[in-house]
Design a protein around this ligand. Structure first.
Ligand code: UD1
Length: 430
């Protein structure tokens, strides 16, 4: 298992190119199951989860070919799914990546059957899929759970039917699976209290490009006109707002001046607003899509209050990184995690680096500034690992982060990118 060793104390200077959004790319890849025509996707990030989704789609009979860009950061893909030999997403793949559940909607709506392993819990919480299944069932599918698999079927010759559905609470994955299912359903589907995350909109725009009319993209009510067939498309994935946010946090803690290229600034508004309150400055060049950030060492960070919530509010996927930053604020900050019940696993590792943090239920009180000192820490999930890297940027001496396969699932060459802006960081291959 590879590990990362970094030495704290350098400020960041230079420019970083932002990769495509993993969480937009995965549902867009699943959309290839809706058509026998070819889907060409561009600007996918070169991360492990994309390769896992290629395997899932390959198992389902999809012809996948991909090309990596000369910078090694981006992937272009061609995906063609004629007739699957199997309709089953196996446990071995689903357990490593929960987003595999997104093949359920498109398989069911196009072929009338799907068998997908239940993903089980993960480090950040229980993460059930009841909201996904409720929609499929309301659209007319029979859903059975056998031997750890969701078996979804439609009577022979029948299509899923369009529905008017209100989600009891916001779920990104359930909204995406429902969009995919509604694409080939009989009639109109209305999804209310839908997730408004940019990744959901990216999938919706791809579906429109594939010939599925959708109204209300970017709002909490989506109206989908189901079609008999979908076509192929050429589509470019949006930049990764969580990667942007991770580098914003890196700059906020380490100081210096950093330009991030290929940014959609509205997607990181909640983080920028929070860090502005804490004392960080930024400028955005809308024509060039460059976000420029600056923080001098004399500019002390102020404590703030953060509460995670669905988009456009503060994303849970930036909570760990922001917590690392707030260990250096002058006073006590509070962070409330409202999305996942167990997403404070990075706290114990941050404490091992010297952070002073108390947990009270879903609230973390972060007392700063703490003098962090490097040691060996263990990554527990994708974003927690990024939080540990960020803390390591200011820890005295060297910090070793183990189990970085978590990091590789979602960040395209984070170590290279940080090294290019002056961080003393290396990956040890074992
Ligand atoms: C997606 C993102 C993940 C992000 C999360 C929240 C991908 C591949 N992953 O995950 O990075 O952290 O959104 O922004 O895009 N829930 C249920 N029943 C369900 C579905 C969800 O109870 O059927 C609960 C979850 O346990 C959680 C909340 O709803 O408490 C939100 O989860 P959801 O938005 O569905 O997250 P994911 O789509 O799994």
């Amino acid at each position: 298992m590879d590990k990362i060793i970094l030495r704290g104390g350098s400020s960041l200077h230079g420019s970083i190119e932002i990769s495509g959004a993993k969480n937009a790319a995965l549902p867009c890849m699943a959309a290839c199951l809706l058509t026998d025509e070819t889907l060409i996707l561009k600007n996918l990030p070169a991360v492990a989860d994309i390769r896992t989704m290629e395997k899932v789609l390959g198992t389902l009979g999809t012809l996948v070919s991909h090309e990596t860009s000369p910078s090694l950061l981006a992937i272009s893909q061609s995906l063609t799914c004629n007739q699957p030999s199997e309709f089953k997403a196996p446990y071995e793949l689903v357990k490593t990546m929960r987003a595999s559940i997104l093949v359920l909607g498109p398989l069911l709506t196009r072929f009338g059957k799907a068998s997908v392993s239940l993903p089980g819990g993960c480090a950040i919480g229980a993460r059930p899929i009841d909201l996904h299944l409720e929609v499929m069932s309301k659209m007319g599918a029979s859903i059975d759970i056998h031997h750890g698999y969701v078996e979804a079927t439609l009577p022979a010759g029948k299509r899923l039917k369009g529905i008017d559905h209100t989600f009891p609470y916001v779920s990104v994955g359930a909204t995406e699976n429902s969009l995919l299912a509604a694409a080939l359903a009989d009639g109109k589907t209305i999804l209310r209290n839908a997730a408004q995350e940019p990744e959901v909109s990216d999938l919706a725009y791809l579906l429109v490009a594939m010939g599925i009319p959708i109204e209300g993209i970017g709002t909490s009510t989506l109206r989908i006109e189901g079609q008999i067939r979908a076509g192929g498309a050429h589509y470019t994935i949006i930049p990764d707002r969580i990667e942007v946010g991770t580098f914003i946090c890196a700059l906020a803690i380490a100081g210096g001046s950093l330009s991030l290229t290929g940014v959609i600034v509205e997607h990181v508004a909640a983080l920028l607003m929070a860090l502005e309150r804490s004392g960080c400055k930024y400028q955005f060049d809308a024509t060039k899509k460059i976000l420029s950030l600056e923080r001098s060492p004399s500019n002390r960070l102020q404590p703030i209050h953060i509460s995670t919530a669905p988009y456009p509010d503060f994303p849970t996927d930036l909570q760990a990184q922001c917590m690392a930053v707030l260990t250096q604020a002058e006073g006590t900050s509070t962070i409330v995690e409202n999305i996942f019940e167990n997403r404070f696993q990075h706290v114990m590792e941050l404490q091992r680096l010297g952070a002073s943090i108390d947990i009270d239920g879903r609230t973390a009180h972060v007392h700063g500034p703490s003098r962090l000192s490097g040691t060996t820490v263990m990554a527990s999930d994708l974003r927690a690992s990024a939080g540990l890297v960020i803390a390591g940027l200011v820890a005295e001496g060297s910090t070793t982060i183990e189990r970085i396969y978590h990091l590789d699932r979602g960040y395209a060459h984070l170590d290279h990118k940080l090294r290019s802006v002056g961080v003393d960081i290396k990956r040890i291959k074992t």
